[in-house]
Design a protein around this ligand. Sequence first.
Ligand SMILES: Cc1ncc(COP(=O)(O)O)c(C=O)c1O
Length: 373
Amino acid sequence: MKNVYLDNAATTPIRPEVIDAITESMQANFGNPSSSHSFGRSAKSSLELSRKQVASYLNCSSAEIIFTSGATEANNWLLRSAVQSLKILRIVTSKIEHHAVLHAVEALQKEFSIMVEYVNVKPNGQICNTHLVQILNDKMPTLVSLMHVNNETGVILDVSYVAKICKEHQAFFHTDAVQSVGKFHLDLQQIPIDFLAATAHKFHGPKGIGFSFVRKGLLMNAMIVGGEQEKGLRAGTEAIHNIVGMAKAMELSYANLEMETAHIADLKKYCTEKFLQNFEGAKINGSETIFCILNITLPILPEKAPLILFNLDMKGIAVSRGSACQSGSSKPSHVLAEMLDSDDLQKPSIRISFSHYNTKAEIDFLIEVLKSV
Ligand SMILES: Cc1ncc(COP(=O)(O)O)c(C=O)c1O
């Protein structure tokens, strides 16, 4: 057996129907949406239809969706613009955020001399809500930035509760929802999130396209100037084919959500059981985790850690050692460093992330190869 892809939190294969929608858009709809002739009007109509579709799955208005190149861009822009236009003096975040947030916050701290506070993280990967409330009791113009689902451990944040706490303390709330959009129903009429970032390639859409949600009434600064696209907030001709592909990917994710969630949850349960049966002392990292991410510390000598991903790769199996960008590094994951004790941190941990394309036979093969390391 070869080519077992179990790294779906890094990126996902594009669904064939999405490729068809992208191809059709490129062939039949090449006009510039800013042109006033029929070619332009047709592209503009696709653009706005896609925006409506994306908004409908989050139960928000299409005016609240701004297309971006992905979530790194969306997170950077949302955080920067909130600091600049909402006169934010403090960002409250956690040390287990993706670097797209952590590094953006560090840059803003230097540039604007804002205060940054980090909420405590519990050993199970959950944010300490008591600490969050304690921090927010100290009133000042604040933006809270906490991710919905952690990309390394799959730990889920109770966004409804955090959004409610933020409202009660007059703080704005931003969430990186990259690992949850397309996997959960998120109702933005019900949950008072102010800003949200997402990206298509995590839900079987194309790379290089994502979006920001900005709650109506919140003023934002332009990310890029030089055109009127995206209400003048992000100038530049829109990548219509990618936007159409993202909307199609979202449509299919939500149309198949129940069926695919059940299949993937069953795989994760099977995989967890296999690990616990075959590796005495293996530990699952994080509790209350999403159905498609499994992070596990293996009872394998630390010296063997660098060999694991290499050996799996040689057999055609793709898993990850944390977030994708760190896979080649020998530094421990910044997320696990906040959760594990120093002994467990020395041991190899792997992240297995599933999609509906995976099978139990692939998991059997993964276990067989790992046992031989
Ligand atoms: C939680 C999280 N945020 C942000 C990103 C970055 O998204 P993009 O690749 O669209 O820039 C990723 C992707 O790895 C992610 O997992």
